[in-house]
Design a protein around this ligand. Structure first.
Ligand SMILES: NCC(=O)N[C@@H](Cc1c[nH]cn1)C(=O)O
Ligand code: ZN
Ligand code: ZN
Length: 477
């Protein structure tokens, strides 16, 4: 059943107001990975609580306790739990999104202030941190609830909401909450299926539904030696230097063309079948899509299927940065006393953080030992999450296919995503339900990057898509 015309008309008529709301959300720098912004993450939770209550949702901000980040004990931002409707004749769908964002500084290379939504009238781009990941999609749900509230219409399904503020930093605390609230009579009792809008089309033209995500293991490798930073003219050539050791060890993790060098890690990958390979061959994707989204002609392969499988079904290892290294402009002649290299591995079936940890630790220690350095090495796993693959034959996916065809006039591609949303698998396992990823944004949105954007048309048509999905879900078998 398509969404009523009144809902679609309401969304069209209120498009500018929805964009104003997105601007308010983007203006709150709810960066979960940086302790000094924790108050902003909490502020964002209160902003959303107000928005949800205004459209009739009963909301609870659930305390998730404390955690330690970079040596500092911090209160976790609350999970936002909400309910609307309790009709036993209707299906109940759980909507998940996250209200935290990745860090962003203008000096990273943004053309504009990352926390001020800029509307580029020429291109239709809504530019700002979190516009696509994940504040736009989250507000897409609220926009639909607002339309129904304003029009005095009942929703076609019961809604449960779980919005979190730590997704970009390992979803700390949420797994425990989901498991604790999964039983009969508990908060998640009665959920028939889950919908997550927190990923992107493969390209800029074809909508997709996503039935798989890679997992993640994130490591910090700390090398220390000197009691304090040293003058390289005084100590260079006389002491073991932590940065030199770190660069050596980090250079042994992965080849420039993406081959992971840690023994054992690749052996766990599920073998590729001809049937599975054919799925990638069929997708609307080209090497030019990855290169235009990346902003450079840098694809590892000129083969479309190889590139797609590199993102969707093989693991990858990325080196993210070095904490403690000299990184400012100028030419400071320092030997840093302690440096920490950060890298992560995106995991695929049958890899898990538990079964790859030992391979990583052994290999890093062995490579460091080869240096004969008197510095010390510590390796820490910062966070992890398992990969997830769902059945796209479920009615949840059928409803989303129909909704996409109605709104975009196209049958969506069925994709697996290279990113990670650790809680997806927790929902699937703890609630024993099907989970669907129904993206709003495009492949060139630049999530986690500079000048992140969401196209106006994706925000508004995407809002209609989410609403239409709820109607299709109410009648699909
Ligand atoms: N939109 C999902 C997303 O970006 N997820 C993050 C999750 C994460 C884990 N650690 C840091 N971020 C991702 O990087 O895939
Ligand atoms: Zn996200
Ligand atoms: Zn993200």
């Amino acid at each position: 059943m398509p969404a009523p015309k009144a809902v679609i008309d309401y969304i069209n008529a209120n498009a500018d107001k929805f964009i104003d709301k997105l601007a308010k959300a983007v203006a709150i720098p709810s960066i979960s990975g940086d302790g000094k912004h924790r108050g902003d993450v909490v502020k964002m939770a209160h902003f959303l609580k107000g928005e949800l209550e205004a459209v009739g949702v009963s909301v609870e901000l659930r305390d998730l306790g404390k955690h330690v980040m970079d040596g500092e004990e911090l209160h976790l931002p609350p999970a936002i739990l909400g309910k609307l409707g309790n009709d036993p004749k209707k299906k109940t769908v759980l909507l998940y999104a996250h209200y935290d964002v990745q860090p962003a500084l203008k000096s990273d290379g943004w053309d504009t202030d990352p926390f001020k939504l800029v509307i580029d009238e020429k291109t239709g781009r809504l530019i700002g941190r979190g516009s696509s990941d994940d504040k736009g999609p989250l507000l897409g749900w609220i926009n639909n609830l607002q339309a129904h509230h304003a029009l005095g219409l009942e929703l076609p399904v019961n809604i449960k909401i779980c919005f979190e503020g730590m997704e970009e930093s390992g979803s700390e605390g949420l797994d425990d909450l989901i498991k604790a609230e999964a039983g009969p009579g508990k908060y998640f009792d009665g959920v028939d299926c889950v919908c997550i809008s927190d990923n992107y089309w493969l390209n800029t033209r074809t909508p997709c539904l996503t039935y798989g995500l890679r997992g993640l293991s994130y490591f910090k490798l700390k090398i220390s030696g000197p009691g304090r930073d040293l003058h390289s003219g005084v100590f260079g050539g006389t002491v073991h230097e932590p940065m030199t050791d770190l660069v050596y060890v980090m250079s042994k993790l992965v080849t420039p063309d993406g081959k992971i060098l840690i023994p054992g890690v690749n052996d766990l990958v599920a073998p590729l079948t001809d049937k599975e390979k054919a799925l990638y061959d069929r997708l609307d994707y080209g090497v030019e899509d990855v290169e235009s989204a990346a902003g450079g002609r840098i694809a590892i392969s000129s083969e479309k299927t190889t590139v797609l499988m590199g993102r969707m079904r093989y693991p990858s290892l990325s080196i993210h940065g070095v904490e403690g290294a000299f990184s400012a402009p100028g030419a400071k002649t320092v030997i840093p006393a302690s440096v920490s290299g950060k890298f992560s591995i995106r995991l695929v079936p049958n890899q898990t953080p538990d079964n790859i940890r030992a391979f990583v630790e052994k290999y890093v220690k062995d490579e460091f030992a080869k240096l004969g350095s008197k510095n010390t090495l510590e390796i820490e796993e910062l966070h992890g999450g398992k990969p997830w693959v769902a059945s796209p034959d479920h009615y949840n996916y059928k409803a989303a296919v129909k909704a996409t065809e109605i709104i975009y006039g196209k049958t969506p591609d069925m994709t697996r995503e290279g990113g990670s949303i650790p809680v997806t698998l927790t929902f699937a396992e703890a609630l024993d339900v099907n989970v669907l990823l129904l993206p709003m944004g495009r492949g060139d949105d630049g999530a986690h990057s500079t000048n992140e954007k969401l196209d106006r048309s994706n925000y508004i048509e995407g809002t209609k898509l989410l609403g239409t999905y709820l109607y299709e879900l109410s009648t699909v078998q």
